[in-house]
Design a protein. Structure first.
Length: 150
């Protein structure tokens, strides 16, 4: 079956971006559940009544593990096979996309402060130059990724 280069590019970028979001979320949730289990084990040693809370937490943990494993498999399954140069293009594109996304979600007062700093002391690593570089390179980068899957 021949898949369109556009579809492969979208799947590659989507899988890379999803994986970057997925791994920290799973790590944080696993840490919280681990601490919660440790606390509940200690509480169960004090009184057996704490089992009434521990049971649902165990059930939620099992659901979380199942959901995390299934999500990981889906991301891996949908990620197309890529050459080394394709992976580098995709990672670079996702870096730019993630930077633009994080900038848009930055609170306005912090954005204003960064813009004032950039206006007072312009540099190549200022927010204006970074945003303009990323915005202009996103279209070119995505076109290059599509071309690499042709």
């Amino acid at each position: 079956m021949n898949v369109s280069p556009l579809i492969l590019a979208i799947r590659a970028v989507g899988a890379e971006f999803a994986q970057r979001i997925f791994l920290p979320v799973v790590a944080i949730a696993a840490g919280v559940l681990l601490v919660l289990h440790a606390l509940l084990v200690w509480l169960v040693t004090l009184s057996e009544w704490w089992w009434l809370l521990f049971g649902p937490v165990i059930f939620i943990t099992v659901l979380f593990i199942f959901a995390a494993v299934m999500t990981g498999f889906i991301i891996r399954f949908l990620k197309p096979t890529q050459t080394k140069s394709q992976r580098e293009h995709v990672r670079s594109f996702v870096d730019s996309l993630q930077f633009a996304s994080e900038t848009v979600q930055t609170p306005k007062f912090i954005l204003l402060f960064r813009l004032l700093v950039d206006v007072l002391s312009p540099s190549k690593k200022g927010i204006v130059s970074e945003l303009s570089h990323n915005a202009s390179s996103l279209q070119k980068g995505f076109t290059a990724i599509i071309g690499s899957f042709s």
